[in-house]
Design a protein around this ligand. Structure first.
Ligand code: ATP
Ligand code: PH2
Length: 169
């Protein structure tokens, strides 16, 4: 009873994960574990994994998913943590939207809107990306994307999800 009244500390943040180089399943599951073991981050929910056609230059299909963390760190520090985790898993920045071993995008942070050169929240391309919205709607259908005021379950209806296929493990 008391537990449900006391507000849990921290803010909820949604993270998108993707990989199309190496053993993507292994990389993505290890990345989630790394983030979940980071001080100030607690894993609250994790989507299924989806095989998706690459958006951008020609490259192999991706494995994509999303996770929700309760975070006790600023958005800037969370971005730093994500970039450091990408580097730990061998991410090399070459071509824009090119193939990568691990991509971690900060999609949503509570109901914040941030628009600086280093960090935009909500992630500006999330609302057009089926490879983000399909996993995200599984775990956060009622989360309101604050720039549009629409729920994820309604935004996903506006994109073509044909190239996003649920993976059976
Ligand atoms: N919400 C965000 N999540 C992740 N990175 C962001 C965000 N907003 C701004 N950035 C900045 O974008 C930079 C480039 O990110 P990255 O190389 O992963 O882009 P990308 O994955 O190729 O393309 P896209 O941004 O379209 O997903 C990062 O170094 C970071 O500073
Ligand atoms: N299917 C798919 N395509 C992409 C992805 C991704 O994660 N999945 N990430 C990109 C850059 O963030 C560019 N294109």
């Amino acid at each position: 009873m008391l537990n449900s009244i006391i507000k849990k500390p921290g803010k909820l943040s949604a993270i998108a994960l993707g990989s199309n180089i190496g053993d993507s399943y292994k990389i993505l599951t290890a990345a989630i574990e790394t983030l979940a073991n980071t001080p100030g981050m607690k894993l609250e929910a994790q989507s299924s994994w989806y095989r998706t056609k690459a958006v951008g230059p020609p490259q192999p299909d991706y494995l994509n998913g999303c996770a929700i963390f309760r975070v006790q760190m600023s958005p800037d520090l969370l971005l730093e943590t994500l970039l450091a985790t990408e580097a730990k898993f061998g991410r090399v920045r070459q071509q824009r939207w090119g193939a990568r071993s691990l991509d971690l995008d900060l999609l949503l942070y509570d109901d914040l809107i941030i628009d600086t050169p280093q960090l935009q929240i909500p992630h500006p391309r999330m609302v057009t990306r089926a490879f983000v919205l399909v996993p995200l709607v599984e775990i956060a259908p009622h989360w309101v994307e604050p720039t549009s005021g629409s729920m994820i379950k309604d935004i996903v209806k506006q994109v073509d999800c044909a190239d996003v296929v649920l993976c059976q493990k």
